[in-house]
Design a protein around this ligand. Structure first.
Ligand SMILES: Nc1ncnc2c1ncn2[C@@H]1O[C@H](COP(=O)(O)OP(=O)(O)O)[C@@H](O)[C@H]1O
Ligand SMILES: N[C@@H](CCOP(=O)(O)O)C(=O)O
Length: 318
């Protein structure tokens, strides 16, 4: 459940009155997601998403995220731009939180991607990278590789309560990955969290890419590695049909072929992706009470993926 901030009907009605979006009909908290509070809002003019930014989203980063969404939407990509009120303002304050009213996109996120769906997601990621080639915005990756050791240190010994020996296991993997981390690959704005739950689909068609709140400037192929680490495995971290992971890569390369240097770096980028999500999940696991409303995500699913990438160094070889 991810509704951290309650918005009263009165406050929402006053908020919507700033916009040309009709009258409030209904509003329901959305259970999916872990970062922000999201409501599905129906008005007499249509359907919208109301997002109140919590936790890891800094208000100062919102102009970057909104500019990125406007850039992609202007190029015809299926992303949800924020709606502007009558004064042209997109980033608002509601119930004491930064808040945006966002275009609703149709589609559902798949739990068990098929080959065709993974191929379409890979294509959509590459199309996004192409469209971001001339995006001027810049945001440092606050969850990037330079932050992983400090994050592991902040988890501390507590991480061993998740699995005995986890601290030492992650520290060793981190040493290897940081020693091999590439410094010469193309960078651009990346999504950095394109998990299946952030891709809306109807059948085999991508109808929306959402949740850009980790977007940042980083290695472009790292975005593909993050996406692979989330699409090619099930929720427990076990690899699903290898054809699904391959279809994701094929879909990506049908639009934007990898360079040889990018392909060679994919194993270390994928292991880095595993460490990044293992650590953020572990930090949340250790710091979120087991009875909190939000569902904690399993850090060990990312340890299993890390094990798999380490054991399959040729997974990205043609
Ligand atoms: N623009 C949108 N159109 C349709 N549904 C959306 C949209 N944005 C979010 N959602 C729904 O809300 C859920 C949570 O959104 P998300 O941005 O992933 O939250 P969080 O940032 O908390 O992880 C999504 O899984 C999806 O069901
Ligand atoms: N995708 C991350 C957590 C971020 O959650 P999201 O719902 O905002 O995508 C993970 O699975 O660890």
């Amino acid at each position: 459940m991810a509704v951290y901030t309650h918005v009263s009907a009165e406050a929402l009605g006053d908020f919507l009155a700033r916009y040309d979006v009709g009258e409030l009909v209904s509003a329901k908290g959305i259970a999916e997601g872990v970062e922000n509070s999201n409501y599905l809002v129906d008005t007499t003019a249509g359907r919208f998403i109301l997002t109140l930014y919590e936790r890891r989203v800094a208000a100062g980063d919102l102009p970057y995220f909104m500019a990125l969404l406007d850039h992609l939407a202007a190029k015809g990509l299926a992303v949800p731009p924020a709606i502007k009120d009558r004064a042209g303002v997109a980033i608002q304050t509601l119930a004491g939180r930064p808040a945006c009213l966002i275009a609703f996109l149709p589609g559902v996120s798949v739990s068990h991607p098929t080959v065709a769906q993974a191929h379409a997601a890979g294509e959509a990621l590459a199309q996004m990278h192409v469209a971001l080639g001339d995006f001027a915005g810049d945001r440092a990756n606050t969850m990037g590789h330079a932050h992983w050791r400090p994050l592991l240190d902040r988890c501390g010994d507590g991480i061993d309560s998740i699995a005995p020996g986890l601290f030492i296991r992650v520290a060793a993997a981190l040493d290897d990955v940081l020693a091999a981390w590439p410094s010469d690959l193309a960078t651009s704005a990346i999504h950095a969290d394109l998990f299946p739950d952030n891709v809306l689909m109807l059948g085999d068609r991508v109808t929306g890419l959402i949740d850009f709140y980790f977007a940042c400037t980083d290695i472009r192929a790292y975005d593909l590695a993050i996406t692979h680490s989330s699409w090619a495995f099930d929720a427990s971290g076990a690899p699903i049909d290898p054809a699904v992971g391959q279809a994701l890569l094929d879909g990506y390369e049908s639009v934007l072929p990898l360079t040889e240097a990018e392909r060679a770096a994919m194993p270390v980028l994928a292991q880095g992706a595993c460490i990044r999500f293992l650590l953020s999940r572990a930090y949340d696991w250790v710091n979120t009470p087991a009875d909190a409303l939000v569902t904690r995500k399993d850090p060990l699913a990312y340890l299993r993926r890390l094990d798999w990438y380490e054991a399959h160094p040729k997974a990205f070889t043609r």
